[in-house]
Design a protein around this ligand. Structure first.
Ligand SMILES: Nc1nc2c(ncn2[C@@H]2O[C@H](COP(=O)(O)OP(=O)(O)OP(=O)(O)O)[C@@H](O)[C@H]2O)c(=O)[nH]1
Ligand SMILES: [Zn+2]
Length: 190
């Protein structure tokens, strides 16, 4: 849980250390930044898998379920800079198994993204949470994101985006369900 007062003091120290003072514009910046970090790291207050607890039964084979176009806002653990992009989450229940509400798959992504993260790990955490909760044939999380640490500093490659694939269960790279997931993900980026 973030300590707002300590974070505020630390940001005030940071501005001092950087030797910057923009008068009225930076006077309340330490408090603003502390509150912004509390929002950005809200995922640490959450067990994202809890969103998968409410289940619905089906009277038919639910087939392959893909939620594409989920907004991803995260923070690079190495540089504390934004990672922004799009996630796709998919799973294939066994016929007769229960399903979850579609919004919950986006909530799981948000819960893991709102932490200091590495893109590959977000995908693994999301796919594993779905696999553990529902024990489907397979689950996947595909993410395409822009890393501020590559676009606005450092190597300075503003056009780069990174795509990562995480899959569990029976879904290996050549699996037709996973190919369908990747196609939906690509379509969601257009
Ligand atoms: N695999 C992976 N690497 C990441 C991610 N986010 C940032 N990085 C990389 O983390 C690395 C940190 O490398 P360092 O050499 O320790 O840091 P640096 O000197 O700031 O590196 P540059 O970014 O190359 O300037 C960089 O190559 C980043 O591109 C991520 O989500 N996944
Ligand atoms: Zn980084």
């Amino acid at each position: 849980m973030i300590n707002l007062d300590k974070a505020e003091n630390a940001v005030a120290d940071l501005l001092l250390a950087l030797g910057v003072d923009e008068g009225e514009h930076t006077r309340e910046t330490p408090r603003r930044v502390a509150k912004a970090w509390a929002e950005t790291l809200a995922g640490y207050n959450d067990d994202p898998a809890r969103h998968l607890a409410r289940r619905f039964s089906t009277t038919h084979d639910p087939g392959l379920i893909i939620v594409a176009g989920i907004r991803l806002n995260s923070t690079c653990a190495h540089h504390l800079l934004p990672v922004t992009g799009t996630a796709t989450v998919a799973y294939r229940p066994h016929p007769g198994d229960q399903i979850v509400g579609l919004s919950k798959l986006a909530r799981v992504v948000h819960g893991y993204a709102r932490r200091l993260q590495v893109q590959e790990r977000i995908g693994h955490q999301v796919a594993n949470a779905v696999q553990e909760a529902l024990n489907p044939v397979g689950a996947a999380c595909v993410i395409t994101a822009e890393h501020g640490c590559m676009t606005v500093r450092g190597v300075g490659e503003p056009a780069t985006v990174t795509t990562t694939h995480a899959s569990t269960g029976e879904w290996g790279p050549g699996h037709p369900d996973l190919q369908a997931v990747l196609a939906d993900h690509a379509a969601s980026l257009r």
